[in-house]
Design a protein around this ligand. Sequence first.
Ligand code: 2NL
Length: 377
Amino acid sequence: MDANPISAGKILPPIDAATPEQVAARFAELRAQFDGEAAGASNENGWKALRDTWLGRKSGLITQVTDIWLKPSKTELKRAVGQALNELKAHVEAALQSRRVAIEAAAESAASAREREDLSLPGVMRALGSRHPLRQTFEEIEKIFLSLGYSVVSGPEMETPYYNFEALNIPEHHPARDNMDTFYMAAPFTENAQGKPVVAPLLLRTHTSPMQIRTMEKQPPPVRIIVPGKVYRRDNPDATHGFMFHQIEGLAVDTDITFCDFKGTVEYFVREFLGPNIKTRLRPSYFPFTEPSVEVDATCVFCGGKGCNVCKHSGWIELFGAGMVDPAVYGFVNYDAKKFSGFAFGLGVERLTQLKYNINDLQLYFQNDVRFLRQFA
Ligand code: 2NL
């Protein structure tokens, strides 16, 4: 529809009235014309054109009525013209206002009709993922130790050499650093024990033990914690190596913790994790932070101990390292080594997952191939 009202641009003719009745008739005609045009203004543009045509300051019809009808009118008619003009003007203004409200309401309801949700449409189906096998192992192991009264704590992956090495009884130049001393950060700023900034390199932790040191620094015994998380070592990636792997370290310190507590905890954990018929054995080993130190073996999960390729026909498979906390470590955290004793262990999450699900390539964990991941859904 043309947005312009019929009388747009119209030049008003003289009033052509000699009596008040004729004046009233002229105004009635004008008003009828306005009403007709107002009824046709159905959108914003039409409304604006209508407003300009009738109320425009320079040549709008109300201005024209003033100039052409009112000003030149004879004295005896002036009063009637003036009054009729005021009424017409009031009528035009009120009608424009209510028209505008109606047009806006119509536009709004049209918009909300357009935007209305169609509740009958079917929902969006999202494919449900599953927990990564490493995450499943984390949760399983955490659950077992939580049931034994341990807490789960975690901490920074970027560490100071003090927490990663010295406080664990691994001084500089100790051979145990050879396979761990790795991935130093470019920003060499850290804090000393008094919170003062000192120039010292930060490194990516090579085990989660630093968090166990930090925990012992903060609280006196009894301590029962496990520390899950990512650890980093310099390695070239292949089927059995990576520069990053996941660890859960455990620590129990209290009065009267003996090697028997340690053995009982280890056996309970292995049976819960691998199955009730699995047997464990301890072999002597060495770690700078435990004395004595052991490797924990389990009867081979693939052949049940009969001997196979995986266990190299020994019937046993190495699970993780552990031991009684070396008294030297207590010195670094101000624990009284005469009063307290405890044990610690370090589990490799990739390795335990590998044994549980017979996974033959470490890299599979990190490639995120859904054909691999789906098998653990
Ligand atoms: C392994 C062996 C181990 C620990 C980690 C530990 C921590 C503190 C004190 C004493 Cl604070 N020990 N942790 C002890 C024995 C073994 O990890 O093969 N990890 C991959």
